[in-house]
Design a protein. Structure first.
Length: 401
């Protein structure tokens, strides 16, 4: 549907502008007049203007969006209107957040709901949150819904930081080892090369290999660096595609010691989203459709589709879920209790807390194992280089004696 840019004057004399989807220009004018505004102009929006308004140039950071939603909930709780709250937040925000707030306010001024305004920014707001806002607007409970969204986003951000810290530490150690090895081969080993040439064939195998590698790297330094840059760019192109990332995660999920935490992470995410949606007025079939957009694994998507089809045909949710491998059996039993007692949202929240605790324990064990393994790996590499050079130097000393 075409996107129109409009400007209008409100009954109080304020000039408002924004973007709105409509089949024709006449429909845009009709909507503006229905809101009690006097239209000034309504023209087709250019792609550049639309991208700038929606914040497509530079999406705001996830943490800033969480703070923005928390502040918006506080303003709404203070009986401020939604448009006034968005205007207030836009006046004291970074440029990406200001563009986001202004885009939301312009869409709402055009007559769309808050949920419809958020729906236009799928890269910033997840579909699950849009569905919750839509249910909150329909029930008049927008403030508690926004608070629930903020709590969920905060919990996800904290969990993401723990996972990132578990990954960053070993990567830092391995990267440091690679840089030490590069410096050693390019700058240190060539200093000993004239000395080792006098030994000839009597040089031990380790030292000979280090000298050969150093000589090759020194002679082909720029070609080697260009190859590394090309490989990094090629990998970036591959993993920029969602399908490649999904396959890589699926392979990593089968690795020993990683499979358990990753399964707990997926279980936590699914159950938490399910409880959050159902607890804020979203129907179970709609919640399952949204869960389908949350997961990336094709096997999990097929399982959700199967459960959704059976729920729509009248089967109980827990019974349909038990026939799939989407969730562990314990999680299925807990959700069955929630469904039978009519308190699915609360039980799902407790189950999510249980699996989040298990995930944290698994991450602690994984970090406790990865750290020493990475240190041993770095020590072996650096130690092998030092031993090879020192043994060669000792050989020279023995020959001199």
């Amino acid at each position: 549907m075409p996107q129109f840019h409009y400007r209008a004057v409100t009954s109080s004399g304020e000039v408002v502008s924004g973007e709105v989807e409509a089949p024709t220009r006449e429909e845009v004018l009709r909507r503006i007049e229905y809101l009690g505004h006097m239209p000034i102009e309504a023209e087709l929006a250019s792609k550049g203007r639309l991208a700038a308004l929606s914040g497509g140039v530079q999406p705001p950071p996830a943490r800033d969006v969480t703070i923005f939603l928390r502040q918006l909930a506080l303003l709404i709780g203070s009986r401020l209107t939604l448009e006034a709250g968005l205007q207030t937040l836009a006046e004291d925000a970074s440029k990406p957040m200001m563009r986001f707030a202004e885009a939301l306010r312009a869409t709402i001024s055009a007559g769309d709901s808050f949920a419809e305004a958020l729906e236009r920014h799928p890269a910033i707001i997840e579909p699950a949150y849009v569905a919750m806002v839509r249910a909150g607007e329909a029930s008049g409970r927008l403030e508690p819904v926004l608070r629930a969204i903020v709590e969920d986003r905060t919990r996800k951000e904290l969990l993401g930081e723990r996972i990132n810290s578990a990954i960053r530490y070993p990567l830092f150690l391995i990267g440091s080892a690679v840089l030490i090895l590069f410096f050693f081969l390019v700058y240190v080993v060539p200093q000993f090369e004239p000395v080792f040439k006098d030994i000839g064939d009597r040089l031990n195998g380790g030292a000979a290999f280090v000298l050969a590698a150093s000589a090759w790297l020194h002679d082909n330094l720029y070609s080697f660096l260009a190859g590394c840059a090309a490989s990094a760019f090629f990998l970036w192109l591959i993993f920029s595609r969602k399908e490649a990332r999904v396959r890589a995660i699926a392979v990593l999920a089968r690795a020993p010691g990683v499979a358990g935490p990753m399964r707990d992470a997926r279980t936590t995410r699914l159950i938490s989203a399910l409880g959050l949606l159902v607890g804020n007025g979203v129907s179970l079939p709609t919640a399952l459709k949204i869960l389908r957009d949350i997961v990336a694994d094709p096997v999990a998507i097929a399982a959700i589709d199967k459960v959704l089809a059976q729920v729509r045909s009248g089967r109980r949710f827990a019974e349909a879920l038990a026939e799939t491998d989407l969730l562990p059996s314990l999680a299925v039993r807990m959700l069955r209790v929630g469904e039978e007692t009519g308190d699915l949202a609360s039980i799902a929240a407790h189950a999510a807390q249980f699996y989040e605790h298990r995930l944290n324990l698994g991450l602690d064990r994984l970090m406790g194992a990865i750290g020493p393994i990475a240190i041993i790996f770095v020590s072996v590499i650096v130690g092998a280089l030092v031993v090879s050079i020192m043994s060669a130097l000792l050989s020279i000393t023995e020959l001199a004696l």
